[in-house]
Design a protein around this ligand. Structure first.
Ligand code: PNS
Length: 171
């Protein structure tokens, strides 16, 4: 059985990620999307929220499983008995970081290959960070993320703004 793990932060998932998920799922029997609990980053969405959002937007994809993980991607891939890691390449700017990560992973886990999918051209500019920035400044993100994700982002931003307002008031 061919299995691949697509690891990432997915804070939150965008149409670019979904494009990679759909296309890589077509190459294997099972695709496991691994949502990283990354203690070095300060995500907008909690791990549970990121997983929940992904479950919703991938519910029509029969061979896609959503899991969270901590630690190294290769250890997670081994636990899942996956032979491949999947990563998307948007532009040349991704290449250096991705190559370094893939080479390091290959040295640590000879049995696991990284498969790179070039992101479809219409999503080559897209990142979770830009989507969050556009949303924070009140821009329209409907072209970048599915409706349920856009709703989750606007609810989260309202909650963050409300929390900031309360903190400012009490200072
Ligand atoms: O979506 P992202 O934030 O670009 O994903 C980066 C991710 C999760 C793939 C990468 O940070 C990762 O694999 N982290 C887990 C720790 C690890 O395995 N590092 C690679 C060793 S070089």
């Amino acid at each position: 059985m061919k299995k691949a793990v697509y690891p990432g932060s997915f804070d939150p998932v965008t149409y670019g990620h979904l494009d990679v998920i759909r296309r890589s799922a077509a190459l294997v029997d099972e695709l496991i999307v691994g949502v990283l609990q990354n203690n070095h980053k300060n995500p907008l969405f909690s791990l549970e929220e990121r997983v929940k959002i992904l479950l919703e937007v991938t519910k029509d994809m029969n061979n896609v499983r959503i899991e969270s993980f901590t630690g190294l991607s290769i250890d997670f891939a081994r636990k899942c008995e996956a032979q491949f890691l999947v990563r998307g390449l948007r532009a040349i700017t991704d290449f250096d970081y991705e190559l370094q990560m893939a080479q390091t992973n290959r040295i640590m886990a000879r049995e696991i290959d990284t498969i790179f999918l070039t992101t479809s051209l219409e999503y080559a500019y897209l990142s979770s960070s830009t989507v969050k920035e556009v949303a924070f400044y009140g821009g329209d993100i409907s072209q970048f993320v599915p409706p349920s994700v856009a709703e989750a982002i606007s609810r989260k931003i309202m909650a963050v703004q409300e929390a900031n307002r309360v903190t400012c008031k009490s200072n």
